[in-house]
Design a protein around this ligand. Sequence first.
Ligand code: SAH
Length: 516
Amino acid sequence: MKYTITPVSRNEKKWGTVCLVGAGPGAGELLTIRGMERLKACDAVVYDHLASQELLGFVRKDCRIIYAGKEAGSHSMPQEEINHLLIGLAKEGLNVVRLKGGDPFVFGRGSEEILALKEAGISWETVPGITSAVAVPELAGIPVTHRGISRSFHVITGHTLTGGREQNELKAYAAMEGTLVFLMGFHSLSSITEDLIRGGKSPQTPAALIENGSLLNQRVLRADLETLAAKAKEQGFHTPAIIVVGEAAAFNLQPETVNPRGPLDGMTVGLIGTEHFTDQMEIALRKEGAKTETLLRMECLEEKGKNAMASVYPRLGTYTWLVLTSVNGVRLFFKGLFESGLDIRALGHMKVAAIGAATCRALLERGIRPDLVPEEYCSASLAQALFKVLHSKDRVLMARAEGASVKLAQMLIKAGIPFDDIPLYAVKGVPSKRMEEQLSLCRVLIFASPSGVRAFKQAGGFCRPEDSERPLYAAIGPVTAEAMKEEIGKTADIIAESYHIPGLVKAVIDGTAPLP
Ligand code: SAH
């Protein structure tokens, strides 16, 4: 076989890649799947003010987050500097996501960034985004094209519309039949509308101004070309905003249902729990129209339980029941089992009890059908169910989180049933860096465990006496509600009747419904 030795090209010097990702018009869900994948994998993210901060929740916790925002009027980082920053990060060997509002190649100076990267020999990629130029009018009910009414649309920058040259430019636009969409035009709104009229557009041409398109605070102003600017001023409109001019702007194709996005429409819900919990909760709450903010994530410290479990696996034969109470518990129990050279056959003689649908699923995935699952997903209910089937000659192995509920152990002691309660892992609360800001947005905070309540207290989440409108506190079940009472002296406002995700969602809907 013949080998050729190729010289190491510049990019093989372990430089990272820069990926320009379009973040979409604002609402976090309007990011593409590819964009999300790049965000989840990157080592550093450089974002600007139009990119939804929500998206930063996707990045790894060791990812560097750098703000390079550019708000109109306050250019916080000159373009040159951003280019240098991207090049510098890539040369450090980091894979960088440059997160830009809308689509990176629509007025975002994305192409300039690519030219700079090319020149520096950095490898790059672009991930298109949903541009606000089309999506923002659409979400305000305006189609940029419509058969027989608008056969084209023109996306125009309003940024430099000050001098004579641009006035002539506007004259040309005034003569066009299609829909005119102005980005970055808010500060020149009156000169744009006046120049279009001067250029020959009818003062009665339908027009619209859309502020914060796709976001919960979206506002839409509809007027004719002649009155749009004055009305915008009167009603205190501000940036970011898009101006739409043309017959299509008269459309208002918005869903007619009163509450198109569900009973929690417009509500922000704060989450405190494991990644599995917050991910599932986010999906479930979104379906009901709510937005979520993860304020504190409970992380699993695996090392904690390693020694304790090492002595348990060789003695599995002595137990008759195995009790697992969480997805992490299942995962780590089986990881340890395999690492100690065993497999599920070593559990063949045991009966298995589990709490919660997710724990059951995790067991089924590993080839085990639990023998006992309490109706209510809590330790007390499990203890009661176990009593009905256990004998004094049984021996129970509970592999759980350090500091898990003592109820189960207490009840087994009382019944004289021997057991080992092995701490498999510990949980640690990692508060979000934006906790303060997130807290001020939340109408409800959901706690999934007593450890979450304690971690949140430690992170200072509860010390906000200045809040006149404090959020409602929701607990996944009575044990968590009890912890709330003990730790901070607060009675939970909402307690789920069924201790799982759908139960919590229902409790939040019921607990926040306006009084009839
Ligand atoms: N690359 C972006 C546009 C960047 S220029 C894109 O494809 O969408 C920035 C301008 O976009 C703002 O001045 C404003 O006119 C418009 N814009 C972006 N997001 C917006 C939003 N959510 N609501 C209203 N206008 C928005």
